[in-house]
Design a protein around this ligand. Structure first.
Ligand SMILES: [Zn+2]
Length: 211
């Protein structure tokens, strides 16, 4: 499979797939990460899932479906392995192990999407922000990343002022440092304690299916 892949750059903000367009390529992030967002008329796109080097964009090919009902947008610049959709389909025909593996990842992604919907509906913004920062931290391979309040507000589907309040609370608890859009994780275990249960549920699902 590696021989069929190219290493490509993932540039912040690049759109890699749209709901109505079939995949030409699938992506296995190495250092960058990709957000799955849903666009609803009159609103900013809302983030439903996050894909880093634990996963891939384009896993629905394992179901012989050539698109995903979400937009895939690069949220963390970095690199990825890119493979053509045709080559992945051919690899899937040859390898039942690969099919099983991708089916398990599909399950994990499905869990992430449904847990995300419940999280948006039931959990407070500060706990959701903590969860989001943990998921990003896991995929960013760095303790600090650049994120504006407006970007965070759009991703979490809340007002910018709600992010200012939530980030301020995490900062006062010395879990993060946040200046001019630069977020630094100071206390990872404290942030885990501040997150809603969704983060732990997602980590457990992944460990059960894929570790
Ligand atoms: Zn939650």
């Amino acid at each position: 499979m590696l021989e069929s892949c190219d290493v490509v750059n993932l540039d912040f903000g690049s759109i890699l797939c749209e709901p109505d367009q079939p995949f030409k390529h699938v992506y296995f992030p190495l250092t960058g990460f990709i957000s799955l967002v849903v666009a609803v008329k009159g609103h900013q796109p809302l983030e439903m899932g996050l894909i880093g080097n634990e996963g891939m964009l384009g896993v629905t090919l394992a179901l012989a479906v050539y698109n995903v009902p979400l937009r895939g947008v690069v949220q963390g610049s970095g690199t990825a392995l890119r493979m053509s959709a045709v080559q992945l389909r051919s690899a899937l025909r040859d390898s039942p192990i690969l099919v099983r593996r991708l089916h398990r990842y599909l399950y994990v992604l499905m869990a992430q999407l449904s847990q995300g919907a419940a999280c948006i509906h039931f959990h407070e913004v500060d706990a959701r922000l903590a969860r989001w920062l943990l998921m990003t931290h896991d995929r960013a391979h760095a303790d600090h990343f650049h994120l504006t309040h407006q970007f965070l507000a759009d991703m979490l589907g809340v007002q910018r002022s709600a992010i200012t309040i939530a980030a301020g609370a995490l900062q006062r608890s010395k879990l993060i440092e946040y200046t001019r859009g630069e977020i630094r994780i100071l206390d990872r275990s404290g942030l885990e304690a501040a997150s809603c249960e969704c983060y732990r549920a997602l980590v457990a699902d992944y460990a059960e299916q894929l570790d």
